[in-house]
Design a protein. Sequence first.
Length: 405
Amino acid sequence: MTAALLAEKVVMSRLLSNQRVAKQLARTIVCFSHLRWDFVFQRPQHLLTRAAEHYDVWYFEEPVFQSSNHPALRFKMDPSGVHVATPLLPEGMDRKETAKAQRHLVRQLMAQVASPSTIGWYYTPMALVFSDDVIFDTCVYDNMDELSTFAGAPPEIVELENLLFSRADVVFTGGQSLYEAKRGRHANIHFVPSSIDASHFGKARVSVRPEPVDQRCVSRPRIGFFGVIDERMDLGLVSALAQLRPSWHFMMIGPVAKIDPSALPQAPNVHWLGPKQYGELPEYLAGWDVGFMPFALNPATRFISPTKTPEFLAAGVPVVSTPIQDVINPYGRLGLVEIAGEPARFADNIEMLLHRDRGHWVERVDAHLAANSWDLTWQRMDRLIWRAATARANSDREAAEYASV
């Protein structure tokens, strides 16, 4: 056999081997998340609903405690095709008992997953407490937040994240600052910013539907916020703005979490409208004159990259934000978002936006958002996951071949 023929045979053998590997790669995703599927439609929902077009997706969420004797899994099929698995646990369980029960339910779930190989997708390292014995063919860590800085974070979360980094085949971060903080901890880590469903939020620009009932009777100007209302919000700033501009009305949309609802500022011009469905948001934003993001500057916001930033822009609503690093860069740097800290300057910036012509601003917004979509983001992540899965499968095969020699 000539050298050329031998080389061709080796190439063909590798090609056929890679094809076999590709056929064996996972078409199932099992996701572990600290966020309830129906809580707020955000990064996990955007990505996994798109993944469900090509993968069998199972979403294992936080448990619900109820008066029952035995742990159980409740399954629900989301219209997107995502299977939502909710652990139902007896009330009164301590943390050790909770972890043991969830471990049992994870095994039950994995027995139902009809796939020769599976991707394990983590949003929280804490899920390793009850899933560390599951060996996934590919492990993904989508690090959307620095959970160790959040209120009530378990002390072991840092150690568990180290373990998750050691197991992950690919790591994504949702913000630039988070990527910069963690880029040295993994060889295959990528900054993948949260994106925008421009056509959805763009409905706010052309809305002709009647205004929502709970907003209809509120006079203008209206300054709005939507998102989770928790320890990341500067309630003092909201209160100060309401006092500085009593003729402005502040529309606050979102669930209240981890803070006492009685601590929310109460004033005639502050309107707490509660949580809304994702599909309803453009109807509310269509009636806002300016958006605002009154985030506190504390450890919990050090690495946040608010998804609502491009959502405000796609809706055609100019916005003022406190100086959050991932808002300053790129949005503040490009002049798409106004940045302010103390209340008086914040109010002045809102005042300026109320009277500014938006034509040129909208053109620059649309140019920036044109290459930023959840569809493109998912396609990029899927390619990176596929490469990681292929590399791991090839590595495992080569290791097996070496051991058999």
